[in-house]
Design a protein around this ligand. Sequence first.
Ligand code: PLP
Length: 372
Amino acid sequence: MPLVPPYIESLRPYEAGRSIEEVQREFGISRVAKLASNENPLGASPCALRAIENNLTKLNLYPNGGLALRQVLAREYDVKVENVIAGSGSEGIMSNIIRTFLCDEDEVLTTEAAFIGFQVLAKSRGVSYRTAPYKDWHYDLPALAKLINERTKIIYLANPNNPTGTIFTRHEFDEFYKHVPERVLIILDEAYFEYAKDNARYPDSMHYRYDNVITLRTFSKIYGLAGVRIGYGFAHDTLIANLLKVKLPFEPSTLAQAAGIAALSDKEFLHRSLELNARGIRFLTDSLRELGFAVAPSEANIVMVDLIDEDRATQMTRTLMEQGVIVRPLKSFGLPRCIRISTGTDEDNERCVGAIQKIANASAVTTGATRS
Ligand SMILES: Cc1ncc(COP(=O)(O)O)c(C=O)c1O
């Protein structure tokens, strides 16, 4: 037996986007717009920052495994504490789900080019991993339902989805759910739920609960806390009880938990972040479509642009970086001809569109018809 299992050997490590400092150094530019990692351009919730400061004197003590945050979330969502889990980001919880429920012979199903964090976690477990292609950049839930077999253990659905930004509707999900056996666990990843929740077509999974669905949410996006690593999940007591056996006993950290609790009460920051994002999505989508680019319809804080050709996507990413705009090429996700742009400040969004316009004018980089 080799030391490193073949499914780990063949795994490509997660590639984080380029940092602002790297790009400043490499291209000698002072002003860089980082629109690559779906972060909140307003920074972190001020309430969360105060809570972090207030907890600095408690760092000699072990944290309580997320209990305080679980209690707050249970009250807020009118569920039992036994239905809630907190962890080091929603990816931390995803990692625990994979460790808790998957056996060697099980199979994971999801969409083509799913959120890269999930792809890496699932593939690192060495189980069978199958996908259904997108349909117009949306999950094709009927096609996914057809892939379910007796080995299927976990189905991963992100709604809104990363990298496309698209959603599936309540009706689509309910239809799909009819085909899912009770023994199959659905991970409903709602990392971007706050951005989509006011859309009447969006199914907020906390408005209805199924026993084999685990909902995952995060403070990394709208609350601007990606750097402290805090996320949470809701599920049936039995699922949570088993996850708690596997979770590291002291995650999330004291500061992460305090930040999460405080962020939940920061409605002003939430509101401001939503307004900025809605403006950004409208501006980026409309401007890029006017320039002739195919842009997927987004309900998150990202827009995905299909450049039709891998070389164009690579070239666009590189040239934008030279002009101080960092976007995310999607080759590692499995979409080499696409790029993803996160919303930034109004100024950064304008800078990004201006730079793309310049590139398009210079190289006549255009695409086919705009998808809607
Ligand atoms: C769909 C999706 N799920 C989960 C995450 C990770 O969230 P967290 O920072 O809470 O681990 C991301 C981050 O980009 C994401 O896009």
